[in-house]
Design a protein around this ligand. Sequence first.
Ligand code: FDA
Length: 306
Amino acid sequence: MMNAVLLKLSRSPRAQRLVTDLGFVRRAARRFVAGETLEEAVRAVERLNAAGFEATLDFLGENTTSAAEAAACTDEYLRLLERIRRDGLRSHVSLKVTQFGLDVDEGLCLQNLRRIVERVREQGSFVRLDMEGSAYTDRTLRIFERLRDGYEGVGLVLQACLYRTAGDLERLLHRPVNVRLCKGAYREPPSVAYPRKRDVDAGYLRLAERLLRGAAQGRAYAALATHDARIQRWARLYARRHQVSGERFEFQMLYGVRRDLQRRLVREGFRVRIYVSYGTHWYPYFMRRLAERPANVLFVLRNLLR
Ligand code: FDA
């Protein structure tokens, strides 16, 4: 219930206007967001790299409504890639296709993304397309296919909550593919997604097994994005039992979430990549983090009392 309300609020421009100027909300958001500027994000990645983590940097933004905004976002990603190269950061980039103008025009979006992929290719690096709400799944998959025809260092995300995902994964595995598997952070109707969390969790395990099997056969790279300690334990055992090389899979977690698990996996020798977001457009991202764990609302309120 609370989860649904928070996800609804995450899409409300009115709620956004109301809360983003509140000091205690901004302070609370800093737990999940590295900062508002590129400099702050770079500092965060340097700290993570020094502690043994890989990173993926995300410039916050989604559902861009004009070509000019989409171009500005493209320029920011080009700056970001240049900083990663210059400072020798161990970081990829992650992005949302709607940031690049998908709601304006798919051709324009593809054109902007090609500029990013071209730069990523020059740097021999990697870019991942995040997955947004189910209204964008087909278009994101289509754009992904077009982009990876030019360069293999492009990956995407699949969401265990959607009924369609097992079929999408099977199709993608026809070619070597790099998939981040997550549960899904968006509000979806029961016509397209499992309404019960335990079904999403069970689906995640089935998909993770399929993906790790693909990884063991050299047909996939598996990025298991979850803070679910039970699933992580299962994946560690599965990888050991089925000899999935540590070069073929990694764990991914969000900046500021379950740092205890993050550190433990690194200590055990696994590759762990932290998703580091920055920028001023943090509201929807922050609200999705609250929705994932409504107890986080108490954390926001504690910031009010501080
Ligand atoms: P689950 O929700 O079952 O949580 C398991 C445990 O993790 C909780 O009991 C709690 O301890 C902890 N936890 C989880 N979320 C927390 C939070 N916000 N604050 C504090 N503790 C928390 N989604 C999407 O739709 N598209 C995408 O592209 C991505 N990308 C992505 C990248 C990475 C690196 C991660 C880790 C996640 C995503 N997600 C995403 C989000 C994902 O779909 C999902 O909403 C969250 O990861 C929460 O689900 P868990 O798998 O962590 O498990």
